[in-house]
Design a protein around this ligand. Structure first.
Ligand SMILES: [Fe+2]
Length: 425
């Protein structure tokens, strides 16, 4: 609340006269106004500038808080009284220091400050405000001999300036424009924030939808795996175990989550092509004839052809195709070697042998994980990629045992792809 002061009677020093308060501001000189307009950028959001200002002025007159900083009591009181009569909530400060203290404790919509004050100049106050609250407009109040300083203050972030003595009408108009400017900045800021919130919400919805889709994919894949297990009972549980081993090895090799997902799907579906192999060959208890072996070997290409046209499995299909290749080129179907074989297939080859050796077969009993390590080490550089073998040998047997018991223990309830990192996309 501004206290009326005896100094108001000395208003002639600030106001041009009691009836017609203050003289026309130099800002209305067309040339100067043009230059200053270049320093400010306050485009109205919509409609004419006058309409925007009228709306903002109407809104802000009821609630806007204005801080007036001036070391001359009669000046700050006159300005404060004039603004209070317009319905603004005005607070006065007698120095830049006091102004800063008040600003730290209270929120304002506008600051009017004198430039030359006894305890330091208003430019310092302006810079502090501009640094801490860049959206808070500052109007500089100054005497005519400060014109160059006033212009400099505009370059430093002041919204406008009032040149003493000035008319009350110009004070009110300047304040209304500054508050409209403040409102436009706030509207823009709010719009930006709302937009960011909408984008964040939509992104989350999309992520959720993708996650649901991924889950649907995995449920479908598990159904395919179960179907294969029914057809090829000898390998029941093999697909899940070999997938778990492949994922663990891929992680140990430092492969990223997205690629692990591709590799895991390839490992899980590696024998899906056996769906197309006749039962009399697939389930034949004895040794296969060379002709039957050829048919059996077709399962790589058949699996590849089943999966390659499915977009989310196209990359995994490459692993299915190459899962029987050997590092030295002695495998099938292409006899590819070394880096020609996808890294996922090279990792899978080790995991597949690990599970084959440590699982019962109708024609032999399972062997220990130590025995599997020895066999895999023996075939390093021939059947297996030595780099993969090196990483494999660093993984303790306990991990493989743990994964195996986890899958066997939960049997059908085990979700194969839950063991892949949750963040993969
Ligand atoms: Fe196979």
């Amino acid at each position: 609340m501004v206290q009326p002061m005896a100094e108001e009677s000395r208003s002639a020093g600030v106001f041009a006269s009691a009836a017609c308060f203050w003289v026309r501001r130099p800002l209305e000189d067309p040339g100067l106004a043009l230059n200053l307009a270049r320093l400010k950028a306050v485009p109205p959001a919509a409609g004419s500038r006058a309409e925007a200002e009228a709306r903002a002025g109407s809104r802000s007159r009821r609630v806007s808080r204005i801080l007036v900083v001036d070391d001359e009591p009669h000046v700050r009181t006159m300005i404060g009284s004039a603004l209070e009569r317009q319905g603004y909530d005005v607070q006065l400060a007698s120095s830049g220091h006091e102004g800063l203290e008040i600003l730290e404790r209270n929120a304002f919509d506008l600051v009017l400050t004198d430039i030359v004050m006894q305890d330091g100049n208003g430019i310092t106050l302006l810079e502090r405000i501009h640094g801490q609250q860049p959206q808070l407009p500052v109007v500089m109040v100054t005497a005519i001999h400060d014109i160059s300083v006033a212009i400099d203050s505009m370059r430093r972030g002041a919204y406008d300036y009032l040149l003493k003595p000035f008319e009350r009408e110009h004070l009110v108009n300047t304040v209304q424009r500054a508050l409209a400017h403040r409102q436009a900045l706030q509207d823009s800021h709010n719009y930006q924030q709302n937009l960011e919130q909408v984008v964040r919400a939509r992104t989350e919805m999309l992520r959720q939808a993708m996650e649901n889709l991924e889950h649907s994919y995995d449920v479908t894949l598990e159904a395919l795996g179960d179907a294969l297990d029914l057809k090829d009972s000898e390998t029941e549980g093999h697909s899940k175990r070999v997938t778990a081993y492949t994922i663990a090895l891929a992680r140990a090799m430092g492969i990223g989550p997205a690629q692990i997902k591709v590799i895991a799907r390839g490992a899980f579906l590696h024998d899906i092509g056996k769906m197309a192999i006749p039962d009399e060959i697939l389930r034949k208890p004895g040794t296969l004839t060379p002709g039957e072996q050829d048919v059996m070997r077709e399962h790589c290409a058949r699996g590849y052809n089943m999966l390659r046209k499915i977009p989310f499995l196209a990359e995994s299909a490459e692993i299915v195709y190459a899962h029987q290749e050997h590092y030295d080129g002695s495998g099938y179907p292409n006899g590819s070697s070394g880096a020609e074989i996808p890294v996922g297939a090279r990792i899978f080859a080790v995991a597949d042998t690990l599970d084959a050796i440590t699982s019962d077969r109708p024609y032999r009993k399972s062997r220990s994980f130590d025995a599997a390590r020895e066999e895999i080490l023996r075939c390093s550089g021939t059947q297996f990629d030595p780099t993969v073998v090196e990483v494999f040998l660093k993984v303790p047997n306990e991990l493989w045992l743990e994964l195996r018991s986890e899958i066997t223990g939960q049997n059908k309830r085990f979700s194969t792809f839950d063991i892949a990192p949750a963040s993969n996309t």
